[in-house]
Design a protein around this ligand. Sequence first.
Ligand code: TRP
Length: 331
Amino acid sequence: MTGDKKTVFSGVQPSGNLTIGNYLGAIKNFSKFSEEYKTFYCVVDLHAITVRQVPAELRKRTYETLALYMACGLDEKKNTLFVQSHVPQHAELGWILDCYTMFGELSRMTQFKDKSAKNAQNINAGLFTYPALMAADILLYQTDVVPVGIDQKQHLELARDVAMRFNQIYSDTFTVPEGYINTDTMKIMSLAEPTAKMSKSDPNQNAVVYILDSKDDIIRKFKRAVTDSDTTVKYSDEKPGISNLMTIYRAFTGKTYEEIEREFDGRGYGDFKLAVGEACADGLAPVRDEFSRLIADKAHLEAVMKSGAEEAAYYARKTMSKVRRKIGFVN
Ligand code: TRP
């Protein structure tokens, strides 16, 4: 809780283009919390450096990620939007929570195993302790609800365990957070290989639709989407390609699977793929337009970052003084 409202916190890394999977699975849900909750949305640049970044690119993407948050409907007056490294308490609590997070727990994290397999030349300590920093992000704001994609479920459970452990040792200090995982759209699959998750780092660019892709690119990618040799538009486990397209179409149009099956009854895949491409491109058009407007005004983005960080730091300082006192640090 922050004040009289429950708190929502989530973070997105400034590491590259966000996909429609990130959009439908997480970011699109963020704005619906802003009326009822106190909401903190953070661009997590400290997390980004667990893999090597080109400095100029990191800086550029930090602005872009903030602009994208805003373009996806997060009003800076209703949400606290900020950059993680602007609030030093994240790093401070991150270190402290390292000391309450077990080597064995961190060793079981599947994201660590995946990322260290992919970056065998740079398996740094930060990559390993990343989930303790993520726990710090969440616990600093006494967060009640954390909207994330399903891939973050294991990290969230670790954050809960660490909060409970700390509370048990020192008496109630942190709110134990709950995850909010949108199960409807949690898994948007690759367009080229519909049994694998759509991933922003997929080398095959036709497999991935980015939020900021042009309409032509979006339509072309959906036209090429891998389906099956059948012709009926039907949702089924045996038809992962078509089912994935139906999930995307449903997310952008609000139609049910039955309505979609009826709409394309007897019409074949060509028509359907075009309709999905158009619905997706049209759904994203306002985001793209708003993004271009926002990214052109750096001064405004900087003002948003600055006031967001000030607001966040106010709450972060409150939690930190409690934490320091409980641990036994001299004031
Ligand atoms: N680990 C998250 C991801 O890779 C990003 C993140 C960092 C986050 N800190 C967070 C998400 C706190 C939710 C809450 O997507």
